[in-house]
Design a protein around this ligand. Structure first.
Ligand code: GLN
Length: 454
């Protein structure tokens, strides 16, 4: 009830939610009853959860921020949603996002932007700005996000929250409306590293419904967070800092906060090591070919026949109906990426664009392999600037894309990444995050390090 009250009080300004559940209290009451009857429900039962609208739910619409899916009801729950319900988490509602998770500001949502609770004139990050804003504004204690190129970590950075992109294959994407299937991961957005670990423990692990899901057991991430908060895990930890990452693209307050965090870690016994990752900075260029290519294929299913909206064209052919529906149902950014993607995949250009981008991706993966031979984690600022103003970059896609320079490489390589708050930028008083990256399957290391520094 407290969270519903909070939503009623502030969401008119923040607009973190696209839909608020009308039966959350009944679900919560049922959990109370079961607990009173002596059932052992586990550590998170009864805790409210906000769900990014990219994840399908049977009891609330799932739009992925798009007009083409307005009011769409899924016949099944995403695996992470089903597991959350089974653990007794109480779905509060569906959160706003850039359409089909394309963007860094939520301004590409078909339903209007979300506002950053720290300053309502500023962006909450994207694409999962709704989940991050809901958590930052105390509308929800926990949220689910998805991260294809930074959509969990960059919103965490600009809202002073914690966001984790798990190892590729660590969390099921079954029921996550696909953006780019070789990059997409689902993960937690919370106010503390321990909270993220508790949620990750619920949603993670093998799922036979997702062919890319890793068939292995995982350690408890909550336990890893507790260990980090307790012990001296920073002692002797080798923290890599990428020499090629240009200082110039970063806001002063972001760089300062990053350096201050490194100093803090060094003071607690961490060893700061300069490493070379020469292809890291080409991640953006490779990503913005690979992502549109995969997205253009994934979005072909929104054909006016199988899902969602249909625009009638009297006397028109099936193709006329498809064209009219996609024209009316998709926003500009989605169209831009479909056009880019189909072009990059077209005969005659495939090798030059998609093929080259895949080669760059391999070079980035090799950079990570080499680096992780020398260090335990890599640290970067989570994004180049603090929250920019709504409207500032909306007409300049390239500027918007460059915002993802530090987050994208993790998706290209499949490695896990965490963003935790590292302070406020001196010049504008807005939150700044520090990102840590670890080798694949070493997500627990991020929880230990994150909790130690938190
Ligand atoms: N900003 C990135 C993009 O626009 C990230 C998207 C994401 O992680 N879903 O593609």
């Amino acid at each position: 009830q407290a969270h519903l009250d909070r939503i009623a009080a502030v969401d008119g300004d923040v607009h973190a939610f696209l839909h608020v559940s009308d039966h959350a209290l009944e679900v919560a009451a049922d959990i109370d009853r079961r607990r009173a009857a002596g059932e052992d429900l586990g550590p998170v039962a009864g805790v409210p959860l906000a769900i990014k609208d990219v994840l399908v739910t049977t009891d609330m619409p799932s739009t992925s921020g798009s007009r083409i899916l307005e009011g769409y009801m899924s016949p099944y729950d995403a695996t992470v949603v089903a597991r959350s319900r089974a653990a007794g988490l109480v779905p509060l509602g569906k959160t706003n996002m850039d359409e089909f998770a394309m963007g860094s500001s939520t301004e590409h949502s078909a339903y209007g932007p979300t506002h950053n609770p720290w300053d309502l004139d500023r962006i909450p990050g994207g694409s999962g700005g709704g989940s991050a804003a809901a958590v930052a504004a105390f509308e929800a204690p926990l949220a689910l996000g998805s991260d294809t190129g930074g959509s969990i970590r960059q919103p965490a950075h600009v809202t002073g929250t914690v966001g984790i992109k798990p190892t590729y294959g660590g969390v099921s994407r079954y029921g996550a409306i696909a953006l780019a299937s070789s990059l997409d991961q689902v993960g937690p957005v919370t106010r503390s590293v321990l909270d993220a670990g508790l949620l990750h423990d619920v949603i993670g692990g093998h799922d036979p419904h997702d062919s890319t899901s890793l068939d292995q057991t995982w350690p408890s991430f909550a336990a890893a967070a507790r260990e980090g908060a307790r012990g001296d895990v920073l002692k002797g930890l080798r923290v890599g800092v990428i020499t090629e990452l240009p200082d110039s693209g970063f806001q002063k307050g972001v760089s300062e906060s990053f350096r201050a965090s490194l100093d803090l870690m060094a003071a607690q016994g961490a060893e700061i090591v300069e490493i070379s990752a020469p292809h890291f900075e080409y991640g953006v260029a490779a990503y913005y070919l690979i992502l549109p290519a995969e997205a253009s294929s994934n979005l072909a299913k929104f054909d006016s026949v199988r899902f969602g909206m249909r625009v009638n064209v009297p006397g028109g052919t099936v193709e006329d109906v498809m064209a009219a529906t996609r024209d009316a149902g998709f926003g500009d950014e989605v169209k831009r990426r479909i056009i880019l993607g189909t072009y990059a995949l077209s005969a005659g250009y495939y090798d030059a664009y998609y093929g080259s981008a895949q080669k760059v991706r391999t070079l980035i993966q090799r950079d990570f392999d080499t680096a992780f031979g020398q260090v335990d984690v890599i640290a970067t600022p989570s994004a180049p600037t603090t929250a920019f103003r709504l409207g500032e970059k909306i007409d300049d896609p390239l500027q918007m894309y460059l915002n993802d320079v530090t987050t994208i490489p993790a998706n290209l390589a499949g490695v896990p990444g965490i963003s935790i708050p590292s302070g406020l930028a001196a010049e504008d008083g807005l939150p700044v995050g520090i990102q840590f990256l670890a080798p694949v399957r070493e997500d627990a290391r991020l929880y230990r390090v994150g909790a130690a520094l938190e």
